[in-house]
Design a protein around this ligand. Structure first.
Ligand SMILES: Nc1ncnc2c1ncn2[C@@H]1O[C@H](COP(=O)(O)OP(=O)(O)OP(=O)(O)O)[C@@H](O)[C@H]1O
Ligand SMILES: Cc1ncc(C[n+]2csc(CCO)c2C)c(N)n1
Length: 260
């Protein structure tokens, strides 16, 4: 089975050439308090979207990350390429500002069956039909730590688009899917992430998972809700390997103070 590599180099301000990823990043900003590293993700991304009320966060909160600069200058520097969603949360002044500054507005208020994040991920996949999807990685800012129904909706997007690399981020942690179609190598940049981590079956129990590099490694272990799931685990080395018969969620803490 093919090995899929994962790294969180997008959290490193100046990526050393030997660690530079071959992935093309897209950023989706959700309607939650902006993680402090959004300017970094913005820099790494080639396409930037706001999901509906996410545009309010960029408009209101990005200037607060640059307190010594004029708010309008900051807003003009961080203009999303696209705002997409059912448009029931974006404020009129915010919509007007970005409409007048070249952002593409995509109103999908007719669709009340998919979330705004789902709509944004669909757009990115359609936007880049010729892009090799294995080199696309969608970073989602503000996906965790808020309303539980939204958090579960965001995790469901990982499952609905299981062949696309999507990373859900908050200030405190990140989550992505490890599809069962691959073996996985997770490269840990210990200056930015860890040591707390978890491996969680999603949708169905996992009959057999084997890992290396964790304090509590799994050895052909069964995991299920109501039984064992691996939470409060600790990364021990620079590389974690995971093999499983089902899709798993991988989560790791993000360091508050970046070291190194
Ligand atoms: N508290 C939250 N926690 C996690 N994700 C959130 C939260 N609030 C919003 N989001 C994400 O941001 C996206 C856009 O948010 P927005 O508030 O515009 O959505 P919405 O569809 O109007 O939500 P609702 O009508 O359920 O309040 C949502 O689709 C969701 O993915
Ligand atoms: C069974 C079921 N539950 C909830 C919703 C509501 N809903 C789900 S996504 C969405 C759009 C949010 O921007 C809304 C309103 C539904 N349609 N079907």
């Amino acid at each position: 089975m093919e090995v899929m590599s994962h790294s969180s180099s997008f959290l490193i301000p100046a990526i050393p050439p030997d660690q530079r990823s071959s992935l093309t990043y897209a950023l989706v900003v959700l309607n939650q308090s902006l993680p402090r590293f959004v300017p970094l993700l913005w820099k790494h991304a080639q396409l930037r979207l706001c999901a509906d009320g996410g545009a309010n966060r960029v408009y209101d909160e990005l200037p607060l990350l640059f307190p010594h600069e004029d708010a309008l200058d900051v807003r003009n520097r961080y203009k999303p390429d696209v705002i997409k969603g059912d448009m029931d949360s974006i404020r009129t002044e915010v919509l007007d500002f970005y409409t007048n500054n070249g952002t593409k507005i995509m109103d999908e208020s007719d669709d009340q069956d998919t979330t705004d994040l789902h709509k944004c991920v669909s757009y990115i996949c359609d936007f880049a039909p010729n892009l090799d999807k294995s080199s696309l990685c969608i970073l989602v800012a503000g996906a965790l730590g808020g309303r539980f129904d939204h958090e579960m909706g965001n995790i469901n997007v990982l499952c609905r688009f299981s062949s696309i690399r999507i990373v859900l981020l908050s200030d405190d942690c990140l989550i992505h899917l490890l599809p069962r179609t691959h073996h996985h190598e997770i490269h840990i940049q210990s200056s930015t992430v860890g040591p707390h981590c978890g491996l969680i079956p999603v949708g169905m129990p996992s009959g057999s998972t084997t890992t290396t590099g964790l304090e509590w490694d799994l050895h052909e272990t069964e995991m299920r809700f109501g039984g064992l799931i691996s939470t409060s685990n600790i990364v021990k080395g620079e590389k974690i390997t995971v093999r499983s018969d089902t899709d798993l969620l991988w989560t790791i803490s993000i360091k508050k103070l970046q070291t190194g």
